[in-house]
Write a protein of this length. Sequence first.
Length: 368
Amino acid sequence: MGIRIKEWLSQIPEYIPGRTIEEIKKEYNLKNVYKLASNENLYGPDPRVLKEICSSLGDIKFYPDSACRQVKQKLGEKYGISTDSIVMGNGTDQIIEMICDGFIGPEENAVIADPTFLIYEKSALKSGGSAIKVPLKEFRQDVKRMVKSVNEGTRILFLTNPHNPTGSNISREEFEYVIKNTSGGVLVVVDEAYSEYVLENEKVDTLRYLNRYKNLVVLRTFSKIYGLAGLRIGYGISDSSIISVLNKIRLPFNINSLAQKAAVTALENESYIKKVVEKIYKEKNRFYKILLRNKIGFIKSYANFILIDTGKNCDMVVEELLKRGFIVRPGKNLGLPGHIRVTVGQPEINIKFLNAFIKILDASGYGE
Ligand SMILES: *Cc1c(COP(=O)(O)O)cnc(C)c1O
């Protein structure tokens, strides 16, 4: 008799990994390859953070602090909250997983947008539950319909602000609609992986609602604007009653010591990320201007990536970009066929990319 796996695991879709720079270099015989597929901060982390990582290497013979005390202390100061309301994860991915493991069981579900960040559904399925998927409306999360889709089996409603893969936002009114109209028995999880990129006057200050709404969870990460995706560290903020459940199921040493050091140093030097925000904002405007001039469709982005229309020859466009050394995310892998998602990087890269892309798109018969 063969080994039997848990029945519900068979439904989990397989993750299709993006292609690596090395693979593309070899396959297409290229010297320079630009990975614009995973929304990383291509400017990289603050040099002071890199220095701190290097000088901490000697400590790796020890287990890390299982409670991440220094990082939580800094986060507590930054936001004016108690460290009891913070949980750390091996990337936000892991916190999403812990939330589903902690609150969803068989016959229960999470309400999510469709498409959205893939980890929500995967985690809900892994916990033995399911996902109720609510289609986007004009590339934005349809919050009214999401709230309406909550049923007696719903334990979590996931919002993503800014949204991935579209880059669109949720307004303050929309967020308030959700939090006010969702039962206190349903966790409202707002994934703010890209929130630092949002301009001050367009931000929704979700943390302000934590006192009033004990069912609110806010997720943030060091992977995106802080440029530490490879170290895997993110955090969740919520009422201490929710956080203590998550800490119970969290593995003790889920955040490695280098990630902890890096995060602390990053939080001590936040002027660095302010500069990145400004640079990305400028570069997004470069994209918009050139795309508009060439009558190419795109979605205005609140993050550091842009969803761009490619028309029906998307596969060909992606392939031609690869040949020239640009790795982008094909929309069909993200539930948005006919589009690509492109990370906005440094000016030199963006200019090279846009030149290549416009030529390829013209040759593809876009807009004809
Ligand atoms: C990148 C991303 C995350 C966070 O990823 P981690 O590296 O696991 O912190 C979470 N949500 C969304 C929508 C993202 O795009």
